[in-house]
Design a protein around this ligand. Structure first.
Ligand SMILES: Nc1nc2c(ncn2[C@@H]2O[C@H](COP(=O)(O)OP(=O)(O)OP(=O)(O)O)[C@@H](O)[C@H]2O)c(=O)[nH]1
Ligand SMILES: [Mg+2]
Length: 631
């Protein structure tokens, strides 16, 4: 089943609602006040029956200039417009305003209905049709069907119906991948016995009963209890359907029109957006830098400041890069279209496209900032990823995909390309960095380790924990996982080396002075001479004033396999230790300390140090009195 959403547009009283009733049988003016005043105030919803197998939803908008904001809340998600111009009045102010809005929102297809034909003479109608042609010339509506209709006599209604069906036979441009699900909420209410219900046009992706979704920008979690599309219960709803979702876990008060129901990752919650902003050619208003305006995006409306990045004023028909700084967070997606209206008087002045959903704060009139905008506006996916990865301190691939409106596999493919070209590095924890940023990370790491080697020439490397905390400080991050991931990547690259508890620059080895070499030889000879009669560490440390050097020599001799660390107080010559172990292993049955001492032929003092060390090493098992060798 193909899903299509049509929106109406046109000046107040031109017959939009009446025409939708003629096409669908549904009166979308539901409110008492609408009935009383004979105008549409809120968005109306209907669907057009057809036997072509399409789901055709309709969003009927108000034409009155006072309710433009309601129109904006519903019109963004449509596939094409049913543009209404009344034959008796022709092109009127909100005809123009709606048209500019549709243009700005990137709507690119439609049908024009010239209504109330019964009210005018043939000649007048001819003149009006010419006026309509003239007005839409050069726009997305040029050459589209123009159909004279009358809801009063029924003239043209059938033809209009078949033109609508013909238009539905078009490529669906919506993205249907499930994970992209988002629905800008245009109505929220409670239903007796059901709880909270939100409705909206399902923009991308799909949703099903039982799913956990989130209401953004607050990110309030909710569960999908039920779904309706076009008045029928259903298990799933997908892109291009008018959808009502019954939610549990959130109350009506937690949700406003303009919020977005979505899966995590389908939207970016932001307080700033970079945009390409165009001022309507029909307006006489000028947007000055730093002006406060109303921003309409999806069904949301927020106040924001316009920071013009390359000029002080933007006037009719002009386009420029602007950073919009929002007074409240909004949930958007890169590529989304939006409209802006003057703060006061509230007049629609322009609109544009989001080119960065999570920018950094920009300075004005900076060539490098503007060059970055060019990349975001019309660069390739790889170029955009590179720019974002360079700009951000650390960003994980998944976050960047969501910010850029890319699916996981699209992001992975682009990253893969960047890696192959050497422009990007993806770390084991999925952090993505540019080549130049990676070189800086590498230089930082090497500098810290080299400094350590410089001031600790007898240590075989910097203790791993110390390296992590120094890098965290250097990179202003508390993210241990990230730092470890950088280290892991660099270890795999082979220019630093894992030395157990410490990390060294590859190839680093301890360099002793002549004096230290002699000292090392002296200590080695001491242990060899002592053999099974161990030497207490204190005696060795007494040999030299600098304890750090003794420690380094002992550790070095240990790692060379010359001595063995029995416990914190004793090392022993390795060959003697092996003998001590063999003696324990030679018992077939349980043995006592005294039996062991006799077999090894040493004093009780040493035997009493060896055996607990062997227990600890898992060579022997002690039951409180006797021991048994583990074989
Ligand atoms: N004679 C005649 N009257 C029409 C026709 N279509 C609409 N009308 C009348 O025009 C008036 C306005 O029609 P609506 O359908 O409410 O106009 P609308 O464009 O929805 O108005 P808003 O939603 O307020 O912008 C109503 O009184 C309709 O009965 C038509 O084809 N012929
Ligand atoms: Mg109406």
């Amino acid at each position: 089943m193909k899903n299509i959403i049509i929106g109406t547009a046109g000046h107040v009283d031109h017959g939009k609602t009446t025409l939708i009733k003629a096409l669908s049988g549904i009166d979308t003016d539901r409110l008492a006040e609408e009935k009383k005043r004979g105008i549409t105030i809120e968005l109306g919803f209907a669907h057009i029956p057809n036997d072509a197998g399409y789901n055709i939803g309709v969003v009927d908008v108000p034409g009155h200039e006072k309710f433009i904001k309601h129109m904006l809340a519903g019109i963004g998600g449509i596939d094409f417009v049913l543009f209404v111009v009344a034959a008796d009045e022709g092109i009127m102010p909100q005809t123009r305003e709606h048209f500019e809005i549709l243009n700005s929102l990137g709507i690119d297809d439609g049908i024009i209905a010239v209504t109330k034909c019964d009210m005018v003479e043939e000649e007048w109608l001819e003149m009006m049709l010419e006026e309509v042609d003239e007005y839409f010339k050069g726009s997305f509506l040029e050459g589209k069907p123009v159909i004279p209709v009358s809801a009063a006599t029924g003239e043209g209604i059938e033809r209009l119906h078949s033109e609508i069906i013909a238009k539905c036979d078009r490529d669906n441009k919506r993205r249907e991948e499930k994970e992209l699900f988002r629905l800008p909420v245009d109505r929220v209410f409670t239903m007796q016995g059901f709880g909270t219900v939100v409705t909206g046009t399902l923009m991308d992706g799909s949703v099903k009963v039982g799913d956990d979704i989130f209401i953004y920008p607050e990110a309030a979690k909710a569960k999908v209890r039920g779904i309706q599309t076009y008045g029928r219960d259903t298990d799933t709803a997908s892109a291009g359907q008018r959808t009502a979702i019954n939610l549990s876990g959130v109350s009506k008060d937690d949700i406003d029109r303009g919020d977005i129901a979505a899966y995590p990752g389908a939207v970016t919650v932001t307080s700033m957006i970079d945009t390409e902003l165009t001022i309507f050619s029909s307006t006489d208003r000028v947007i000055l830098n730093n002006s406060r305006v109303h921003l309409y995006c999806g069904s949301d409306e927020v106040l924001c400041k316009v920071i013009l990045l390359d000029r002080d004023a933007l006037s009719a028909g002009e386009t420029a890069y602007a950073q919009l700084r929002l007074e409240e967070p909004a949930a958007v997606r890169r590529g989304d279209r939006f409209i802006i209206r003057f703060y006061s008087p509230v007049i629609t002045v322009g609109g544009g496209r989001i080119i960065d959903a999570l920018p950094v704060k920009h300075k004005r009139n900076k060539p490098e900032v503007l060059a970055g905008m060019d990349v975001l506006s019309h660069g390739t996916v790889s170029e955009i990823i590179y720019a974002k990865a360079s700009e951000r301190r650390f960003v994980r691939q998944g976050e960047l995909a969501s910010e850029l409106g890319l699916l996981g596999h699209e992001m992975a493919a682009a990253a893969e390309k960047g890696i192959a070209e050497g422009s990007l590095v993806v770390l084991p924890d999925d952090t993505i960095v540019s080549d130049s940023k990676y070189l800086r990370l590498r230089a930082d790491t090497e500098n810290i380790i080299n400094d350590y080697h410089g001031s600790n020439p007898l240590a075989d490397g910097i203790p791993r924990q110390e390296l992590i905390s120094r890098l965290r400080e250097r990179w202003f991050t508390s993210d241990d996982k990230l730092v470890q991931s950088v280290i892991k990547y660099m270890l795999a690259q082979g220019f630093i080396e894992d030395r157990g508890k410490s990390i060294a620059i590859s190839g680093f080895s301890i360099e002793y002075t002549e004096e230290q070499k002699n000292l090392k030889a002296e200590i080695e000879a001491m242990y060899a001479k002592a053999g099974i009669e161990m030497i207490k560490n204190d005696e060795v440390f007494a040999l030299y004033k600098d304890g750090r050097i003794i420690r380094a020599i002992l550790e070095d001799l240990e790692s060379e396999g010359v001595i063995y660390k029995v416990n914190p107080s004793y090392y022993i010559e390795k060959g003697s230790w092996d003998k001590a172990v063999l003696a324990a292993m030679s018992f077939d049955d349980e043995f006592t300390l005294a039996e062991y001492r006799d077999r090894l032929g040493t004093s009780r003092k040493y035997a009493a140090e060896f055996l607990p060390a062997m227990d600890k090493a898992g060579i022997t098992v002690f039951n409180g009195e006797t021991r048994k060798a583990v074989k």
